[in-house]
Design a binder for this molecule. Sequence first.
Ligand code: NAD
Length: 322
Amino acid sequence: MGTILITGACGQLGSELTEKLRSIYGTEEVIASDIQEPPERIAEGPFKYIDVMDKDALEKAVEENDVSQIYHLAALLSAKAEQNIELGWKLNMDGLLNVLNLAKEKSLDKVFWPSSIAVFGPDAPSKRTGQNVALNPTTVYGISKMAGEQWCSYFHENFGVDVRSLRYPGLIGYKSLPGGGTTDYAVDIHYKALKNEPFSCFLDKDNALPMMYMEDAVDATIQLMQADENDIKIRTSYNLSAISFTPREIAEAITKHIPGFEISYDPDYRKKIADSWPDSIDDSAAREQWGWEHAYDLDKMVEDMLANIPNENPDLLKASEA
Ligand code: NAD
């Protein structure tokens, strides 16, 4: 096996996935890349400045480092993409097509690319949304993920590219701050609670959304990438699910550890995005075909977040005050 290249490796997911992949395959075998300065723990291993919209730069990195797998994570997330429509579309589409074309031309072994629950629009069933319902997304981000899924399937069908994908729910972790999505509140709320400050939520108290603890998301990703090629029956993107909760429910879970924690609601444009997405997801295909199982429920996740933020990440706790 050659080396692994990760794009967008300094982001919320990328920084955790990079560390986990390095612990499995060896630090030197996993090349992190991004257009921002790497945090210390990413800079401990190989790092390259690569803009995913620059195909030549991607190609050079693949050739010079004998890359055989790409985890392509660089993207503009839902809330930011609504505020910068052109960049959202261009980055999310051009970046993916550059990676898929490279995988085809250089016969790469495998590509991972994340989709999102944002592919579902308001007319999809809101509870236990199935794998094959009509999508009809109403956000730029959702449209780019829906188109991306079709491109993945196209490159697999027509050029044999082994590209694998998951429709992540909102991701929650303590090692890095989120990058501008609609589910970011579920990370931020822990920081406020730990500082004994009230939290103002940009969603409504009953806005239920599918969510997942970062440990589970990283495990699902690696499990999918390690699965036997014949077990991967879905080449658009797999529904993936763990927990579903409302802002009120996560606040209640936090109150069990920090009595007196207060939350108020001041919904903004992100409520409209959340309203267009499902409450919960049916991921039975992932569970049946390659054995996906999540480990964290709401209480276990909140307990882990509150325990780990101050110990593992005092700097982030400080940074979140800015
Ligand atoms: P993030 O915003 O935290 O990180 C994205 C990274 O991409 C950043 O480090 C950024 O610097 C980098 N980047 C931006 N433009 C780039 C460019 N032109 N070239 C190279 N790098 C560039 O996002 P994340 O939360 O880590 O998400 C990673 C992937 O997972 C994305 O594809 C996202 O759509 C998907 N996803 C995330 C969530 C979530 O809740 N975090 C949910 C569903 C899907």
